[in-house]
Unconditional design. Structure first.
Length: 294
């Protein structure tokens, strides 16, 4: 019988692909670097070619690895989903909804969600996880999350969607004396400070300018948080676009963003799988959140 691929080796290879470092991958798994290297070497021998090249400049994927490593990731996600779903189905008295949140989601929306899960036909606990967009999507696909609340900036085919909130967009400005609304056309002359493209805000900003066929002028650096956006704006490095709820205070100098006099808004959606065992409750939750915004 042919030797089977070792699951541990698959996990080691995926960790190296993610961290781009054998030593960092070993630390993440709590094993020695020789043990991890040996596990990957056995996997490569079983697969018939090398997955990685190592050089003084670091670790890179081989052409073979670039084809195989995405398949390894898919396999691990599927295996983890089996474990997660089995645990949930066999856990006695489990009454939880695991909700993933983009950092852009307002605290008022989360408060409404807590209230609504208590009013479900079977009251449930709400377990929150805040993460970047890709991690939330991966968690939903793998069954680690039941529902995610995210800005509606990228499609997720084959999942259920419901717009649950819309929020005005404001532009944080370095000039505290200018408070009049800022027309989108005028915003094309501004230089915008962006955050890393993980929470959905940068994607929204880029899509907004692209939809109006306007160039987006950006500061060459990136802020790590919405607080830093405010700090850097005060330094005069540029302006920043955020949902109104992300202002740390109403006193932060800002202007409402308008498009031909109409308020520019960002939409947020709930996304879940119709095949979830909690499907009926997730529909009630999403519908309730959507109704509460009207």
């Amino acid at each position: 019988m042919a030797e089977r691929v070792n699951l541990e080796g698959l996990r080691y290879a995926h960790a190296v692909a993610e961290t781009k470092s054998f030593s960092a991958a070993a630390r993440a798994y709590g094993v020695t670097q020789p043990a991890l290297s040996n596990g990957i070497a056995k996997l490569e021998e079983r697969l018939g070619d090398r997955l990685f090249d190592r050089s003084p400049r670091g670790v890179t994927q081989t052409a073979f690895g670039a084809r195989i490593l995405p398949l390894i990731k898919q396999a691990l996600v599927a295996l983890d989903a089996i474990t997660v779903e089995a645990r949930r189905l066999t856990e006695p008295g489990a009454q939880k909804i695991r909700m993933g949140l983009s950092p852009l989601i307002s605290s008022s929306l989360v408060t409404r969600a807590f209230s609504m899960v208590r009013d479900l036909p079977v009251p449930r606990d709400l377990v929150l996880r805040e993460a970047d967009m890709q991690e939330l999507r991966d968690g939903l696909r793998a069954g680690r999350l039941d529902i995610i609340l995210i800005p509606a900036v990228r499609a997720m085919p084959r999942f259920e969607h419901r717009v649950i909130d819309v929020e005005p967009v404001v532009v944080i400005t370095p000039d505290p004396d200018v408070t009049a609304p800022l027309e989108l056309e005028e915003a094309g002359a501004e230089q915008f400070i962006l955050v890393p493209d993980t929470c959905g805000l940068t994607t929204f900003t880029a899509q907004l300018f692209q939809a109006h066929e306007m160039p987006l002028r950006t500061y060459p650096g990136e802020a790590a948080s919405y607080q830093v956006l405010e700090d850097w704006t005060r330094l005069g490095l540029g302006s920043a676009m955020v949902p109104r709820s992300k202002l740390t205070s109403p006193d932060v100098p800002h202007r409402h963003l308008t498009d031909q006099g109409r308020e520019v808004q960002i939409s947020f959606e709930a996304v879940w799988s119709a095949e979830s065992p909690l499907g009926a409750d997730l529909v009630r939750l999403a519908d309730g959140l959507a109704a509460a915004r009207r």
